[in-house]
Design a protein around this ligand. Structure first.
Ligand SMILES: *Cc1c(COP(=O)(O)O)cnc(C)c1O
Length: 428
């Protein structure tokens, strides 16, 4: 694509955007009466207008049927409610419907997956992850290591970029996995890294992890709904995600898990069990003796959070209709346009940390502001830009602003306006 640095170009791109109508399906927050320039869909996705109907439906069912809503609801009986999300979730992560289920919250699910897939023994006890992982994942992993009686200082292998580089090279990740092949129990990486926006090579990393004798799992918080995924074909052991970022399912919304079919049929895998994972035909017999459902469903614990799942379904309906391929097509153009404009700014003022290669990133760009980062960020906020600010690790830098142009509701014009506001702020 040959981009042009002009508002006419941005408007022409919006005109011919095949997905342009979807923006109208979302509530856009306002700033001084105008639409905000919302770039934090990687943190909390916007509300689809249909969410209200989906939740209202279940409030009515609760009001009119109460406990009978579990089976006698004319819309979606609560007993089976989680099943309605399987089809679209499976398409989003590249899985079979039986390999996915929506449940709980993200960090809880990460723990439950580690109960099954991190079972350290003296000769094989290490976990490999990236340095600077999202804090909740760090805490979860360290606490699991300690829970099993090991020392995180020895058991945790953290990858960091080469001196002077910002992102991890696939070859270095694979080397590190090989180097630990005598003692590696699990590899846990993000699909897309929350801070840098780097999209990892899930296929190659999973293969290397398996060759080293480890289980390989992914935290897809920043990947699902952002990039196309192929968990089944890549033989990934497990994955977890949340639904409130790119999946637009509301604050603290229901999470989801992937468990590969090869494990899903193995009822002997240790797990923390609950009644919702028990064979559903016998669930209400309330008998002793846990018999897991086949597939990811066998990891469920509790009955479904129906109101949260209603918001989730409303949003997934949109993803089911558009498809991740069409979203990705637009996403590449939107982010490419943002990159093109931002590259015209001097690198003494701004540097993009996110990889340049399309197959190494999703929609997010992480912008290192070299000086007075917080002032620049505050100016953006005053002008109606909603972006994300991170204090830098390196004191001499100004800080990092992350922006996520989301193909469902962001426009090329949003990007152009953002670029102009940012350029002005940097010039001051
Ligand atoms: C957003 C995010 C979380 C948040 O965890 P919750 O349990 O949903 O609060 C955890 N890990 C990663 C990588 C994230 O991006």
């Amino acid at each position: 694509m040959r981009y042009k640095n002009s508002v006419d170009f941005a408007e022409a791109m919006d005109q011919k955007d095949p997905l342009k109508s979807y923006r109208r399906q979302f509530h856009i927050p306002k700033h001084n009466g105008n639409d905000c320039l919302y770039f934090t869909g990687n943190s909390l996705g916007l509300q689809p207008k249909t969410v209200k109907q989906f939740i209202d439906q279940e409030l009515s069912n609760w009001q009119e049927l109460a406990v009978e809503g579990h089976f006698k609801s004319k819309t979606r009986p609560w007993f089976h409610y989680h099943k309605h999300s399987k089809e679209v979730l499976a398409r989003l992560v590249g899985a079979k419907p039986m390999e996915v289920v929506s449940m709980n919250n993200l960090t809880s699910n990460l723990h439950f997956m580690m109960v099954s897939f991190y079972r350290p023994v003296k000769s094989r006890y290490k976990i490999l992850m990236e340095e600077g992982a999202f804090p909740s994942d760090q805490y979860a992993v360290e606490s699991q290591i300690k829970y099993h009686g090991y020392d995180p200082k020895k058991a945790l292998v953290e990858l960091h970029p080469r001196e002077g580089e910002d992102i991890l090279r696939t070859e270095d990740i694979i080397e590190a996995i090989k180097a630990e092949s005598d003692s590696l129990a699990m590899v846990l990486l993000p699909g897309v890294q929350y801070f840098t926006g780097q999209w990892f090579d899930i296929g190659q990393i999973t293969k290397a992890g398996h060759q080293a004798g480890a289980y390989v799992g992914y935290d897809l918080a920043h990947a699902i709904g952002n990039v196309p995924l192929q968990l089944h074909n890549y033989n990934v052991d497990f994955a977890v995600w949340c639904s409130y970022k790119y999946l637009n399912s509301g604050p603290g919304g229901v999470s989801g898990i992937f468990v590969h079919e090869k494990h899903g049929h193995n009822s002997g895998i240790p797990r923390f069990a609950g009644w919702w994972g028990h064979n559903e035909d016998e669930r209400f017999k309330m008998q002793k003796g846990f018999k897991p459902m086949q597939g990811a469903d066998g990891w469920q614990l509790s009955n479904v959070n129906v109101l949260g799942s209603a918001a989730h379904l409303a949003s997934l309906e949109i993803f089911g209709e558009v498809g991740i391929e069409a979203l990705r097509e637009k996403s590449l153009l939107l982010t490419g346009f943002a990159e093109f404009l931002l590259q015209s700014i001097s690198d003494e003022k701004l540097r993009i940390l996110t990889p340049e290669k399309e197959n190494e990133r999703g929609c997010q760009l992480s912008l290192l502001i070299m000086k007075n980062g917080k002032e620049v960020f505050n100016q953006l906020t005053e002008q109606g830009v909603i972006a994300d600010w991170r204090e830098p690790n390196l004191a001499e830098h100004g800080g990092v602003i992350r922006i996520a142009p989301v193909p469902l509701y962001n426009t090329f014009n949003d990007i152009y306006k953002f670029y102009q506001i940012l350029k002005e702020a940097l010039d001051e």
